[in-house]
Write a new protein. Structure first.
Length: 325
């Protein structure tokens, strides 16, 4: 909160504020109209009504008035009047929803049962209404505070007219309702308060010495030591159990790996046997044997290899027919 030029920030009851929220009721440097040479950015007060929910990182600037029951969205910049039971957000702020109310319960840790419990609330606790005879106009409050000279007078007025006013709708305001109206009558209850003046020149009574912290007995210390040892043993056993499980898991993985390698080898051997059988079948085929005989005849053609091939072919044919039978 940064207050300037004796202006005010007045906040109602039961408000809910998030973090990183700031208030400035001045610009703060001076701005003038070049034609009239008059200052055009006067410092002005900020008013927050009752039961107002303010999101994180909101800025309130001069002349802000947030009426009771409203919500201000995250990162908004409030520069004007926000009506009761509305949601407002943005920079600059604008109304995004009306005719709403809110409750302060936090939903972060709710289960389904808790969520269902609050789906409907059969009451009007946070619905506000405007009443001209009850409304505390920020303009009227400002005029009254400006007319008072001392801090004591201002304190009495704030206590009597605002603090002691427990009317639900004191800061309830809606569009097109009368705003510039006088304050309702109030009693002077400040005078009934009793204050005790403290003379700082007189010696103050010495506060009683703090009671010594009771020391544990030897038996209690021994019991504590045994408990600590027992706790450590339990941790050691737990760690051993964890390490044992890890070792078992490692062995299981190694066995699994060996089984997979063995299965692969068996598949490779099976594949080799199939290929070997195919090779044997090919070698025993008639065409293969005739081919071999022809190659041999070609190599010995000068020794009558081709003539010999005719007799060899007849012989191979006969043997092949016997094999088939």
């Amino acid at each position: 909160m940064l207050l300037s030029e004796r202006k005010n920030i007045i906040i109602g009851d039961q408000c809910l504020f998030s973090h990183t929220i700031w208030f400035r009721n001045a610009d703060p440097h001076l701005i003038y109209d070049n034609i009239t040479n008059k200052r055009i950015n006067p410092t002005q007060s900020i008013y927050i009504g009752d039961h107002v929910w303010v999101g994180q990182e909101v800025a309130f600037l001069k002349k802000s008035f947030v009426a009771s029951g409203s919500i201000i969205g995250t990162k908004s910049v409030v520069t004007k009047l926000c009506y009761s039971n509305t949601i407002n957000a943005g920079n600059p702020i604008k109304q995004v929803k009306e005719n709403i109310s809110w409750r302060e319960e936090c939903v972060h840790n709710w289960d389904l049962e808790e969520t269902n419990k609050y789906n409907y609330i059969p009451n009007n606790d946070f619905k506000y209404t405007y009443n001209q005879n009850e409304f505390l106009s920020p303009k009227a409050i400002e005029e009254k505070l400006d007319s008072l000279n001392t801090a004591q007078e201002k304190l009495e007025f704030v206590y009597n007219a605002i603090y002691c006013n427990k009317n639900k709708n004191r800061f309830a305001y809606f569009k097109d309702m009368p705003y510039d109206i006088p304050l309702p009558k109030y009693e002077n209850k400040f005078k009934s308060l009793k204050f005790e003046e403290i003379d700082e020149t007189k010696p103050q009574p010495t506060p009683p010495a703090p009671k010594p912290t009771p020391q544990p007995t030897p038996q209690e210390l021994e019991i504590k030591s045994l408990k600590d040892k027992l706790s450590q043993k339990e941790k050691d056993i737990n760690n051993l159990d964890i390490n044992h499980k890890k070792a078992l898991t490692s062995q299981e993985l190694e066995i699994k790996s060996l089984k997979e390698a063995l299965s692969k080898k068996e598949k490779d051997i099976s594949s080799l046997e199939i290929n070997y059988q195919k090779a044997l079948n090919t070698k025993n085929h008639l065409s293969y044997k005739l081919g071999q005989a022809l190659i041999k005849a070609n190599k010995n053609w000068y020794k009558g290899g081709y003539i010999k091939f005719i007799f060899e072919a007849i012989k191979i044919k006969k043997e092949h027919n016997k094999t088939k039978i």
